[in-house]
Design a protein around this ligand. Sequence first.
Ligand code: ATP
Length: 589
Amino acid sequence: MIHGRLLRLAGAVALPVLLCAAVSASLSVAALLQAYATARALTHLFAGDARAAAGALVWASSFTVLRSALVWLAEVTRARCGITIRVRLRDRLVAKLGELGPSYAAGARAGQIQATLVAGVEGLDAYYARYLPQLLVTLVVPACVVGWLFTVWAPAAWVLGCAVATAVIVPRFWDATLLRRGRSRWAGFTRLGADYLEAVQAVPTLRIHGVGGHVDERLAGRARRLYRSTMAQLRASLVENGVSALAIHGGTAATVVVVAAAATRGTVGPADAFVFLVCARECFRPVNDLASAWHAGYLGLTAADGMEELLTAPVRVRDTGHAGAPEGPPEVRFESVTYAYPVTGTDQRRTPRKPRALESVSLVCPPGSLVGIVGPSGSGKSSLVHLLQRHDDPGGGRVLLAGRPLPDYRLDALRATVAVVHQDPYLFHASVADNIRLARPNADDEEVAHAARLAQADSFIRALPQGYDTVIGERGSSLSGGQAQRLALARAFLTRAPVLVLDEATSHLDVPTERAVGRALATELAGRTRLVVAHRLSAVRDADLIAVVVNGRVRETGTHEELMRRRDGTYRMLAQRQGPAERDREVPA
Ligand SMILES: Nc1ncnc2c1ncn2[C@@H]1O[C@H](COP(=O)(O)OP(=O)(O)OP(=O)(O)O)[C@@H](O)[C@H]1O
């Protein structure tokens, strides 16, 4: 019921939790005062004192009104605190995801992360806004009331105290079972969510291979398993509910019997008997409310594992640097860089040794130069970009920007310095203009259009139904691969980042368009340090320096002409292989 990690996390939402607890406690106190005033009214009536009874009834009515107002206040406070709690928790989780970077997201399933962020946080809202405040009230209010009742008549107070303790403690024996089943249900729920998300994203692939039916069956199987684990959890929950209700009603009945018997024998007076009878009910009210808050809140408890995993995942790159963005186009330097991707999860058992993506790579890109990086697939080209963006730090050697090692820079300064366009850029469900403006939201229309012209995107954008205002769908679903790449290029060109990196960013373009982008890169964007990673040598032919990467090492460097002159060079071999293919791709202007 009290999860250590969730309690620590409650530090982030301590004030809303305490506010909810304060309102719930006031509600309990108002209920007790109302009960006490009612007991006094009954006592006076029993004694035949109508005036005093009327006075007590006025008090009871006032407390009833106060209680109704507090019920309303408690609901509003819980709803408001719930929103604050959800926002703070989500901010914290999203900030952590940002710190973890793409390496973590690549190793995890998007659907599971989404379930943790959406359903898990929704569940925790009830845990923090209802359950924890109610737990505080349950620990304090009945104890105080029973303590006071000891001063009225100890034997009945003993019975009531034992009954309340039983109602709080006995259902706890089911907590472990409930939590175990809840966790297994949550794991099934997140797996199913991840499977559905994957299936929706993979519809075209599933259709092509005609395996939609097979995936349907797998999803149906998972849904059946989730149904079974939900029912198992429900059964445990009903047993716990039953035990809790039995203890509450049995305790109330036992107190009534003891007090009634004592009143009949004349051991207690009618005034004390009434006090006991109405207070017994109010003692059990917080326990009853705790039981319902527990059922609302423990969904979040079962989601705590996913959050814990996310929040405790080690951050590979810490933002400890102090340097701001460098002035002017900087030099980019890789000094004896060695790098292996972290091996995660099940892969860890299968691959205890980390294979190296880069092995002692040294490469200097002078300030304002255009450097091409080519090589076979899987040779390590994108890994250089990965390290330049500081998604991770190299195992050996250093990456330097303007003569400073990357860890010296603040991460925001580094991100503002290096703009990267990947092969499959992410485009948002927004207008073309908003997608281009992503990194410079205050750029004016002419700047956006200029960036689009440099990226050879302006003419196709103007041909769209609403031109720059056309909404392009999630992941640019209404665009071709080449059009999406050109929008992403325009987005990067629009930034003022002094380092531009194109990682296979023109691979979907035909050769004339790729050349036009190359010309813009060589002329209009010449004031920046530019790195172009490509398979096709045509994309880097005009570079000031070309580095050929093979098996994680820089095999040769030089200009196109110098490299072509090397008889047995890798570059020349790649050029010979690609030559006819590249000519075939060319489209007459
Ligand atoms: N996220 C990752 N986790 C683990 N290994 C990775 C990851 N990304 C790349 N690798 C591995 O690192 C090596 C170099 O990959 P990299 O992407 O740098 O090659 P590349 O030259 O850019 O390939 P391509 O031209 O096909 O894009 C490959 O063996 C690849 O399997």
